[in-house]
Design a protein around this ligand. Structure first.
Ligand SMILES: [Zn+2]
Ligand SMILES: [Zn+2]
Length: 421
């Protein structure tokens, strides 16, 4: 979450802080009762943030709590992932809910009592809140399972480096915990508290992280005619890459390429032997990402021919765009509307420019990625902190989605929150 949005998302209703007490917001009462506990879990995760694939404490606590709820979690899926099933014992769809668990390599300047105890690591994307909310859902549904089908709970590692979902899938998640639909939420400071954003179709960019190695022949700066200069080749390549979107992408499409690093040379009079460039490319369609990457490779071949350098391009990481299925978006929006009110659900907001490897789960099964508004600094800002008021709202939306899809077996008929006084 490292880009400013191109457009304003501030339309629709706007509610004051403390929206969970808004009379229009109807959280599930049994979930509301878990608010203090979810807040305690969330703040504990916040105090002890862990980087991608290092979430051993977090995953251990998640698994322990799932066992406390009477579930049988499996740990170590994709290194530090956890999954569990709540099975009604009756036929029906399998519905997966996913939370991410990792933190970021940056300082926590939130200034809260529950600030990070680990220097240089902070929960500044709110994954502490996502994990605590899904634990709340797990606790409630373990005691009050649905009438049919199954709920698969996925606690994913390493969202921030784009590798955690792939690691869980490569470790057999889809075979060991098959699901027919999949949903996730992300807190969204660009939406007002009490608002939800649920798009149909592309909702987040995909990205390719690329790196280019340029090899030449170094030499004396005054004898450039005896060298094969990789620095000049890298500079030409950077300019060529920056023109790809403007020259080769249909203006009706959305995509970007940015050169973020160019490294070459250490001295004022020595031509180096090699240079490296790296950067990102993002788009809302896989075919646009592929077009941009092919043009990147073409630029490498062209500059190699022109300069005599050897130029090799590789993909360091790749995440497809998040694409919400129409029926998945409709179901998620219906659950949001029941909790937040019909007018609070924005169906037509522009796609956000960020990326989430939840996209890989959406490729495996239809579903939706939804955004829930909260008042805070933007994600990845050192002053960011997840708003605990969102915990019962998010958990109520997931619980409502499960009840709407799979029914409710117990005598605990859903009651509506009493009107605010
Ligand atoms: Zn993030
Ligand atoms: Zn995030």
């Amino acid at each position: 979450m490292d880009l400013e949005p191109p457009l304003s998302y501030g339309h629709g209703i706007c509610r004051p802080r403390g929206f969970a007490k808004d009379p229009l917001v109807k959280t599930v009462p049994a979930i509301e009762a878990l608010h203090p506990e979810m807040t305690e879990w969330r703040r504990d995760f916040h105090r002890h943030p862990e980087l991608s694939f290092e979430e051993t404490r977090t995953a251990g606590l998640v698994a322990q709590r799932l066992r406390d709820f009477g579930l049988d979690p499996v740990e170590g899926i994709g290194k530090t992932g956890v999954a569990a099933v709540i099975d009604s014992g009756k036929p029906g769809p399998s519905l997966a809910l996913r939370a991410d668990m990792d933190a970021l390599p940056m300082d926590d300047r939130g200034g809260k009592d529950w600030h990070s105890h680990t220097a240089g690591v902070a929960h500044t994307c709110g994954h502490d809140g996502h994990t605590a909310a899904l634990l709340g859902v797990a606790r409630h549904l373990a005691a009050h399972p649905p009438a049919s089908g199954r709920v698969v709970l996925i606690f994913q590692p390493a969202e921030e480096n784009g590798l955690g979902a792939r690691a869980m899938i490569d470790d057999g998640l889809l075979d060991r915990f098959p699901f027919d639909e999949v949903y996730a939420f992300h807190n969204m400071p660009l939406l007002a508290p009490g608002q939800a954003g649920v798009r149909t179709g592309p909702t987040l960019n995909g990205y390719i992280v690329w790196e280019i190695a340029v090899e030449g022949v170094g030499g004396h700066g005054a004898a450039f005619f005896k060298a094969t200069d990789p620095l000049q080749a890298a500079a030409r390549l950077a300019a060529e890459i920056s023109s790809i979107v403007g020259r080769y992408l249909d203006p009706a499409e959305s995509g970007l390429i940015t050169v973020c690093s160019l490294q070459a040379g250490h001295s004022h009079n020595v031509i180096p032997a090699h240079a490296t460039l790296s950067g990102t490319m993002r788009a809302l369609k896989p075919e646009v990402m592929e077009l941009l990457y092919q043009r990147l490779e073409t630029a490498c071949r062209g500059v190699a021919e022109l300069t005599g350098c050897t130029i090799a391009c590789k993909r360091l990481a790749e995440v497809p765009p998040c694409v919400n299925a129409p029926e998945g978006a409709d179901r998620a929006a219906a659950a949001c509307a029941e909790v937040l009110g019909e007018g609070a659900v924005i169906r037509d907001h522009p796609p956000f420019p960020f990326t989430d490897d939840f996209a890989l789960f959406l490729e495996a099964a239809p579903g939706a990625y939804l955004f829930l508004g909260q008042e805070s600094a933007m994600c990845h800002n050192p002053a960011y902190d997840f708003d605990d008021a969102l915990l019962p709202v998010a958990a109520s939306i997931f619980t409502t989605l499960v009840r709407q899809r799979l029914g409710y077996a117990g005598t605990h008929a859903r009651s509506v929150a009493p009107p605010s006084t």
